[in-house]
Design a protein. Structure first.
Length: 253
């Protein structure tokens, strides 16, 4: 992936891309747009989450879009990290941008979570920007990189204002082009089982063997689930299913 210098970067191209999406001129999938923006500004990943309005559930998300690898998304799901992710937990209450290194530097569980994320390619550094909307909504945009710490510190110093602007535009684009279904989605038992096993990293053949059904049946069940969730691909369907509770962490099979 191309890398720019650690100092101030030009966000104009990324801002135009997001503005076009907000205005409806660009129908590019938000995940693809975030990948392009991450490359343009010289970082590794961008993640966007919108918190559910239920104040009783700090870990509930209504939208989750990220450029992370499928391996990390699967690991995140299987490990139930949505309930213990320190970035999500802090981001729900934060008003100002925060660096991930400030989150429980002496907490073994938090250190283990970040070590696991680094092993799965998330990046050694992270910065999250809370977004508050006029309707009382809450969202969080996270930027991660593999810069050495001195470079990362200069990157943050030179780009904090630009990253905050991008965070607001990403939230607006997500609201404009949200692919999440507006009504509760109900999957059949087989659709839920196939999607859950897929989230755990199983191939179509492995799912067929586990459920004692045909390979083609697995494909049909996953395709139907994907269409019900209004998703373009299987990875997106898994992320939406987990974020909306269609597939709860450690779902029974």
């Amino acid at each position: 992936m191309p890398r720019r210098g650690p100092d101030a970067v030009n966000i104009d191209r990324s801002a135009i891309r997001l503005t076009d999406a907000i205005l409806g001129f660009d129908t590019q999938d938000l995940g693809d747009a975030l990948e392009a923006i991450a490359s343009e500004i010289g970082i590794r990943h961008i993640a966007y989450v919108r918190f559910a309005s239920d104040k009783e559930c700090d870990s509930c998300l209504s939208t989750a879009v990220a450029t992370y690898s499928r391996a990390w998304q699967t690991r995140y799901f299987v490990s139930g990290y949505v309930h213990s992710d320190p970035v999500v937990a802090h981001g729900r209450k934060a008003l100002l941008p925060f660096d991930w290194e400030t989150l429980g530097p002496d907490d073994p569980a938090i250190l283990a979570f970040f070590a696991d994320s680094i092993r799965h390619g998330v990046g050694r550094n992270g910065l999250s920007v809370p977004v508050r909307t006029g309707r009382g909504g809450q969202a969080l945009v996270s930027f991660s990189s593999d810069h050495e710490k001195p470079e990362w510190d200069r990157f943050k110093l030179g780009n904090m204002i630009g990253l905050q602007k991008l965070a607001v535009l990403i939230d607006s684009a997500a609201n404009r082009n949200s692919n999440l279904p507006p009504d509760p989605i109900r999957l059949s038992q087989r659709e839920g089982q196939c999607l859950t096993w897929a989230a755990r990293g199983k191939t179509h053949k492995e799912i067929a063997d586990l459920l004692d059904i045909g390979f083609s049946s697995v494909k049909v069940h996953l395709d139907v689930a994907r269409h019900k969730l209004h998703c373009m691909n299987l990875t997106h369907a898994i992320a939406v299913a987990v974020a909306t509770g269609v597939i709860p962490p450690q779902a029974p099979l």
